[in-house]
Design a protein around this ligand. Structure first.
Ligand code: SF4
Ligand code: SF4
Ligand code: FES
Length: 477
């Protein structure tokens, strides 16, 4: 453990650390653009310069290995002058169009300009223009005038997603980030991570483009239900205090964007593109009308009818949801373990063209809580014994044609589906964004999700519902 001195203070560094890493870990901030803790070191932006004590020059801290007794200054006059000059250089041809840039509010360039430069450009030359609104892929647009050529995006495709889809062509102020022409960036299932790691507003999500200013949004921690990895994510949505009144009120209760929530135990810093597209998954047309054989009823009426069907059944079978939370599954087990023959159902199967599985994150099981459900109910495939007279189906993915003929059906579902109207009792239920809970991923790691929107009043919360449907002995107070 080498001891180094930062601004005269002793700091214990790890053997393989750089000065930048040792400084950040010990609470000394050194600015950086091109350095990223999960990527190789390129050392091209030069903003991380520190002054070796007693010398009259600066060196970049991101590529400076620590050595016993090393002494550096991170806030000397020379370092401040270097940062100011570097910011002048980096913004030389930058359009400074923060007012229309989606990155505004979370842009490193804005923050550093404010912190380390603060002045107008001293250049007397016209800015060099570059290409704008470049379609880098079907999901991402690039503004080359905003790009500071840090190459984080390029290194991401080489070192993390391994698509090798991005590169820099030309030289000097004609340098351009470009996608390879074989469509590899379109096929990169992790491409949208470059939007997060771009330190400026050069890489922009087409689905989020000009949709919201980030300071009107807030993140709710959640779990991606797109596969058994269960990546932790932030679901961004409108802050209640900035509720829209004149525009479509649905925008107040919809997901504006999804970003990774760093989690070393599950997904590290990354998520796949499916995780970015949770809005179209969660925001499908909802089922909100309780029904008895297609006839509308109210929620208490549907619950009473379902309770009666359960009480009268001789051989009931339940197909439980692999999208149910641990809390809901435990509530089902507590209420019905001895009453139903229970099997775990795959609510979602891989969609056409969807990546099945890879070495980074994506899993073939497209359900978030198969592990949690199987821990309670086993992994036997669904079987209907002779005489099965009731099937309780919870969630999507049921092959209704395969249910025993003549058996009554109780169906708990959140989305519009033709079978809703065929069930003897149909009870609409809430979705993940309307409740809190936990999922257990395929490796046994448990992650929490929180509610961000209220549930519609006519839909049931499954955890509470199971307690209400339980036979009197299993009913909770
Ligand atoms: S597009 Fe962004 S991440 Fe890529 S090189 Fe330019 S500034 Fe860096
Ligand atoms: S890897 Fe799976 S859990 Fe993670 S973001 Fe992609 S679909 Fe969601
Ligand atoms: S962060 Fe060190 S040179 Fe870019």
């Amino acid at each position: 453990m080498p001891e180094i001195f930062i601004n005269g203070q002793p700091v214990q560094a790890a053997d393989d650390e750089t000065v930048l890493q040792a400084a950040l870990r010990n609470g000394y901030f050194i600015p950086y653009f091109c350095w990223h803790k999960s990527l190789s070191i390129h050392g091209n932006c030069r903003i991380c310069g520190v002054q070796p004590e007693g010398k009259n020059w600066v060196e970049i801290a991101c590529n400076m290995p620590v050595a016993e007794g090393m002494r550096v200054l991170t806030d000397s006059d020379l370092v401040r002058e270097h940062r100011k000059a570097t910011m002048q250089f980096i913004t030389l041809n930058h359009p400074v169009d923060c007012g229309i840039c989606d990155k505004a509010g979370e842009c490193t360039l804005q923050d550093y300009h404010f912190e380390y430069n603060g002045g107008r450009s001293i250049s007397i030359d016209a800015k060099v223009r570059s290409t704008k609104h470049v379609e880098l892929s079907k999901r991402i647009v690039l503004d080359n005038e905003r790009c500071i050529l840090c190459t984080r995006c390029v290194r991401f495709t080489r070192e993390i997603s391994k698509s090798n889809a991005l590169g820099v062509k030309q030289r000097g102020d004609e340098s351009l980030v470009r996608a390879s022409e074989d469509g590899a960036f379109d096929r990169d299932a992790y491409s949208d991570n470059v939007i997060d790691i771009c330190p400026v507003g050069a890489l922009l999500s087409r689905s989020f483009l000009h949709q919201a200013r980030v300071w009107y949004l807030k993140p709710t921690p959640s779990v991606c239900p797109g596969c058994a990895r269960g990546c932790t994510v932030n679901l961004w949505h409108r802050k209640p205090e900035w509720k829209l009144r004149a525009l479509d009120p649905k925008q107040n209760v919809s997901i504006a964007r999804v970003t990774p929530l760093e989690n070393p135990a599950v997904n590290g810093l990354w998520i796949c593109n499916k995780g970015r597209d949770l809005a179209p998954i969660f925001e499908r047309a909802r089922a909100e009308q309780p029904m008895l054989k297609g006839q509308p009823t109210d929620l208490p009426g549907a619950i009473a009818a379902a309770r009666g069907l359960i009480a009268g059944a001789k051989q009931p079978v339940a197909l439980v949801s692999s999208w149910g939370s641990n809390e809901e599954l435990a509530a089902f087990a507590g209420a019905f373990r001895d009453r139903f023959a229970t099997f775990v159902k795959a609510d979602h199967l891989p969609a056409d063209g969807e990546p099945l599985q890879d070495d980074l994150l994506i899993r073939a099981d497209k359900n978030p809580n198969t592990a949690g459900a199987r821990a309670l109910f086993g992994d036997a495939p669904a079987a209907f014994a002779e005489g099965t007279d009731l099937v309780l189906v919870w969630g999507e993915g049921c092959n209704f044609a395969g249910l025993p003929r003549g058996a009554k059906v109780i169906f708990l579902n959140a989305y519009l589906q033709p079978e809703n109207g065929h069930a003897d009792a149909f009870i609409p239920i809430s979705i993940q964004t309307e409740r809190s809970g936990h999922y257990t991923n395929f490796e046994g790691t448990v992650s929490a999700f929180a509610a961000c929107f209220p549930k519609p009043p006519s839909v049931a919360d499954a955890e509470q519902l199971f307690a209400e449907l339980a036979p009197p002995a299993g009913r909770r107070a």
